[in-house]
Design a protein around this ligand. Structure first.
Ligand SMILES: [Zn+2]
Length: 445
């Protein structure tokens, strides 16, 4: 049984006051040099203990930081070697972009909790060079950071300085000492997750690739409310009412945050029906880095805090001992899930309907995407996807009816596999909203 400690990664932006972004860049370039040096020596057949001490001795970082960077590099090289037999023909993993600066708290970096809203940082960019300033980030991540500092059961661990376009970020890990999460290799059910601006689709598959159960959790009110907030803010911008605009912004953020908390709880509850599940998300980082994922993907990325929803699900799941992971999101929305077909074309999808142009297989587009996310995980694990012949019926759950409470399903006719509905009856918009508030406050971490 391979289990890991309960560890979360909190991400912040760095608001730099002393020292410069250039110093951090120099630090990351030195990290990259260390990474590539480890590669080179490994290729030359060096024994790893020897390799590690040699690279660390010659690095321009504090010792502890150099050791962590070499550990990260060796971990990547090890994974590379593990997969060389798969015949993927991947290039030897040299890095030409930035490489993260990995540091231990108290050694390479230090955080200082000042007050309610202020956390300051000090990072040793290279030996003897310090960069200082304040962290910026979401309230949820600040809460968890404060908990990690004030509660004995939590430990603030390593952090990585990352470069994203022109911004510098800090990813801080916090670990719960006594809580363990199951290892993903023990999982009997693989749950693919497809997040959209109006729903999240889940598909639980067994190790043979058969879908055991699937569900589409709908939350159209988030999209509607965000649209209303958007209009409100635009009106205020026109009237130059910036103070009110900030109030609306906060109101919107809190509203969305509350909704996402409740949705994420529902996701974890659904996943918990399986005995040893693994939650598989699409890696949003991969989406953002690639240029052409089409307008749908771009809209998805900008229209909802998807990362926040994934994060909340992963967090709540981890508390229940359920592991989660991320896979390359390639073609999850366009690919036919039938193993013998796999036809991939943008035209396969039209709004919420998926119809394969080649084999005419039909399904709810988001549910099918969730199945494809699961399949991408199988593909990454074993290099092949188990055969999928049939899919069970689509179940849709509308969390809070939006005014039309329990109205008939306007999409009903297009689902080849039929539609079940739960939770829509006798649930008016107001009641649902109130329920949402109370659940959201109960869920505050
Ligand atoms: Zn097909």
């Amino acid at each position: 049984m391979q289990a890991s400690q309960l560890t979360h990664t909190l991400s912040f932006r760095l608001d730099i006051e002393t020292g410069g972004g250039d110093d951090l860049q120099t630090g990351c370039l030195e990290a990259r040099r260390i990474r590539n040096e480890a590669n080179r020596l490994d290729k030359d057949g060096w024994e790893w203990t020897n390799l590690k001490s040699t690279v660390v001795d010659n690095a321009d970082h504090v010792k502890n930081t150099s050791q962590l960077i070499v550990d990260k590099a060796l971990g990547e090289i090890e994974r590379y070697h593990d997969h060389t037999d798969d015949g993927w023909g991947r290039p030897y993993p040299y890095k030409d972009g930035m490489y993260p600066l990995v540091m231990n708290h108290g050694e390479g970096y230090r955080l200082f909790i000042k007050d309610e809203d202020t956390v300051r940082f000090r990072i040793t960019a290279t030996r003897g060079t310090h960069v200082k300033g304040e962290l910026r980030g979401s309230p949820g991540h600040f809460d968890r950071l404060r908990t990690a500092f004030s509660n004995d059961e939590w430990r603030v661990g390593t952090a990585e300085v990352v470069h994203k376009h022109d911004e510098r970020g800090l990813h801080v890990t916090v670990t719960h000492e006594n809580h363990h999460v199951a290892g993903q290799h023990d999982s009997e059910t693989i749950v693919g997750v497809d997040v959209n601006e109006d729903c999240v689709a889940l598909a639980g598959m067994d190790r043979d690739g058969d879908v055991k159960d699937s569900v589409v959790l709908e939350y159209p009110e988030i999209k509607e409310q965000r649209h209303e907030f958007f209009t409100k803010r635009k009106r205020m911008q026109k009237a130059n009412q910036t103070a009110f605009e900030t109030v609306v912004k906060t109101e919107e953020r809190d509203y969305v945050h509350d909704c996402l908390h409740k949705v994420s709880r529902q996701v974890v509850d659904w996943v918990s029906q399986f005995s040893t599940p693994l939650i598989v998300f699409e890696d949003l980082k991969d989406m953002r880095d690639s240029i052409d994922y089409g307008t749908r993907m771009n809209r998805r990325l900008h229209s909802l805090p998807f990362a926040a929803l994934q994060d909340m699900v992963a967090y709540k799941a981890a508390w229940d001992g359920i592991p989660s992971t991320k896979v390359d999101p390639e073609y999850t929305s366009q690919r036919c899930p039938r193993t013998e077909c796999q036809h991939t074309e943008r035209a396969n999808r039209r709004k919420k309907r998926f119809k394969c142009r080649q084999c005419e297989f039909q399904d709810h587009a988001d549910r099918k995407a969730a199945v494809c996310v699961g399949q991408n995980w199988f593909d990454e694990q074993h290099g092949n996807v188990p055969s999928l012949e049939t899919l069970p019926r689509v179940k849709k759950v509308r969390r809070a009816a939006s005014g039309r409470g329990g109205a008939t399903d306007s999409h009903g006719a297009i689902f080849a596999s039929g539609v079940d509905r739960h939770g829509t009856s006798a649930q008016g918009g107001i009641q649902a909203r109130e329920e949402l508030k109370s659940v959201a406050s109960a869920l505050q971490d």
